[in-house]
Design a protein around this ligand. Sequence first.
Ligand SMILES: Nc1ncnc2c1ncn2[C@@H]1O[C@H](COP(=O)(O)OP(=O)(O)OP(=O)(O)O)[C@@H](O)[C@H]1O
Length: 254
Amino acid sequence: MKPLLGIERVTQRFGGLVAVSNVSFQIFENEIIGVIGPNGAGKTTLFNIITGIYKPTEGKVMYDEGNIAGFRPHEITQSGLARTFQNIRLFQNMTVLENVLVGMHTRTKANLFDAVFRTGRLKKEQLEATQKAEYYLRLVDLYEHRHSAAKNLPYGSQRKLEIARAMASEPRLLLLDEPAAGMNEQETAELMEFIGKLKALGYTILLIEHDMKLVMNICERIIVFDHGCLIAQGEPEVIKKEPKVIEAYLGKEA
Ligand SMILES: Nc1ncnc2c1ncn2[C@@H]1O[C@H](COP(=O)(O)OP(=O)(O)OP(=O)(O)O)[C@@H](O)[C@H]1O
């Protein structure tokens, strides 16, 4: 089986600091993979490399068999990767529905001419986009709130809205940066159920998360970072018992 994403000997230096050091791993279609590690281990830098915010100093990011290292973020979104951020990045004054429509932008075809003259093509496309956005909002249980301003949603719902917005670009691979951050126990439990639903829909998910219960429960494989290096990868049961992991991460934070 060919991987959907292949990280090949990737290194990211910032001046003298090596944030990611010679990292390689693969992700296969429809897997849920967790990335864990202490603060500053290089997890977010890895996401930033995969999503085109940084061009790695060395190495390849193979996605669907092509090397996307150095592609611009919008090109990466167009190739079928989408992400959420550690800190919520919604348009707070826009409605819930509008936030999802923004995520769909890379998939619409109407041009300036269509926009100025409000052509039939534009109207048809707008209607289809709204229907699609509503579909994603139903998936995350926010349809009823579609006309509320994003800022009026509770925190857990704002995180779900971010996921809906990422899904609107129709990715095959979803990268979630600390999706449970700031959530209460109930919201985290709902999120776990929701991520299970995404898998059933065929998505492949790579997530960074500090909530060990979430990671251990829903991830099929876990990748562990420490000081920029990949120190272990495997099934949760194996990772839990790995001495290097306990020393680097679980021992300090769990
Ligand atoms: N743009 C940058 N310029 C310089 N150093 C950076 C930059 N981005 C990250 N770093 C450094 O790279 C290292 C890895 O940081 P990164 O944010 O990837 O870690 P992390 O595992 O995501 O941590 P956390 O769990 O706290 O989010 C840190 O030492 C950080 O200070």
